[in-house]
Design a protein around this ligand. Structure first.
Ligand SMILES: NC(=O)c1ccc[n+]([C@@H]2O[C@H](COP(=O)([O-])OP(=O)(O)OC[C@H]3O[C@@H](n4cnc5c(N)ncnc54)[C@H](OP(=O)(O)O)[C@@H]3O)[C@@H](O)[C@H]2O)c1
Length: 351
């Protein structure tokens, strides 16, 4: 099979570096283009990353000498992964889609646009139907597909099996998010060491609203948002990778603890699709009383799963539990690559 050529916009950032790492030897995609800001463009990737080896000590050999270009829509590839700052992504992604590229984005700029799919392949693959609406409405040859905020992804993956089996009326979530979630320049070490910062700009809004679109239903040309009350509190903590989330939920129907754990463990809607990055167990329930922990439990399924633990009765809502997920893999680069794999098998790229 001929591989689909892909590029990474924002290739030098925390998420961009993870794209480069995960795309090495990808069976369907070949990374041909890297792009970033004027600070990096014109340099070899290795040179552009000097002193910034945050994601891995080793820059993948195949990418070391690739030239970093500027984010102009003249790259030699069919699809671009966008790991740009959202204020830059807003216009740049539109320019790429207009010029005919498929854009699979990690930025928040277009997530809530009415004609842009916000996808988790295990949860709402049918929302890709919005691509046709988007192309008709905007007159673009290409298109933009987004995936959710890194904390939203793990929360929604854990909620989806329960949503399907019992319905969900209310969710209260408190996050403890790692420093890598803020990007390379991120939070200053003097602010985060020995500290918890109870504020992440715009994050609570994303956790409260993105799930309603994701759980929504696609009618002819738009998503009818789901009805669910979500209240989020987001904190930045001194952890390098991995977002931990404490949830309390009110279900629409009564459920026993055992049924809930069964529904987590049985959840595997992508099993017959053969997507190379799809985890075999997207949601893993860990029965140990003090787990999951970011230092110990981040990497099952190559960082593509959400790990759930500590399920117990809640005195205010019905049940409470903890969710942990890798913010850069399943929360970012791995998620967008999985979206692109779905785009391929649905015929939106590689034709
Ligand atoms: N970190 C996470 O856990 C995470 C998770 C989910 C989603 N996201 C989203 O993913 C995106 C990237 O996040 P990150 O954490 O990787 O950020 P980051 O480490 O700050 O990287 C930002 C990237 O954008 C490039 N860039 C900045 N200004 C630019 C410009 N004017 N023109 C072109 N490129 C420009 C940077 O290039 P230079 O190096 O050349 O400056 C760098 O490659 C953001 O939208 C973020 O919200 C992040």
């Amino acid at each position: 099979m001929e591989k689909i050529s892909v590029g990474v916009l924002g290739a030098t950032g925390v998420v961009g570096q993870m794209f480069v790492k995960l795309l090495e030897n990808h069976p369907w995609f070949e990374l041909t283009e890297l792009a970033a800001s004027e600070r990096s463009s014109g340099k070899d990737y290795e040179e552009a990353l000097e002193g910034r080896g945050i994601v891995s000590d080793q820059i993948p050999e195949y990418a070391r000498n690739l030239k970093v270009k500027s984010c102009e829509p003249n790259l030699d590839c069919e699809l671009v992964f966008s790991a740009l700052d959202s204020n830059i992504a807003l216009k740049t992604e539109e320019e790429f889609a207009k010029a005919g590229y498929a854009v699979s984005s990690k930025a928040s700029s277009h997530r809530m646009d009415k004609d842009v799919p916000l996808i988790i392949p295990e949860v709402n693959p049918e929302h890709l139907g919005l691509i046709d609406v988007q192309r008709r409405k905007r007159g673009w040859k290409g298109f933009i597909v987004t995936d959710p905020n890194c904390s939203t992804i793990h929360m929604v993956l854990a909620l989806k099996p329960l949503y399907d089996s019992f319905g969900i009326d209310k969710v209260m979530v408190t996050t403890m998010q790692s420093v890598s979630g803020a990007g390379y320049a991120g939070v200053s070490s003097l602010e985060i060491i020995d500290n918890v910062i109870p504020y992440i700009k715009n994050e609570e809004d994303k956790l409260e609203n993105e799930p309603l679109k994701i759980f929504g239903t696609l009618s002819d040309s738009e998503i009818n948002h789901a009805k669910m009350d979500i209240s989020a509190q987001c904190n930045r903590v001194g952890v390098k990778y991995g977002h931990t989330e404490s949830l309390s939920i009110k279900l629409s129907e009564r459920a026993e603890e055992k049924d809930i754990i069964d529904s987590f463990n049985k959840f595997n809607p992508l099993k017959d699709l053969g997507l190379p990055s799809a985890p075999k167990r997207p949601v893993i329930y860990d029965r140990r009383e003090d787990r999951p922990q970011p230092r110990l439990d981040l990497s099952p399924e190559n960082g593509m799963a959400s790990v759930v633990g500590r399920l117990r009765k809640c005195n205010i809502l019905d049940y409470k539990f903890v969710v942990l997920g890798h913010n850069i893999i399943r929360g970012a680069a791995g998620a967008a690559i999985l979206d692109a794999e779905l785009l391929k098998i649905k015929g939106y790229v590689g034709q």
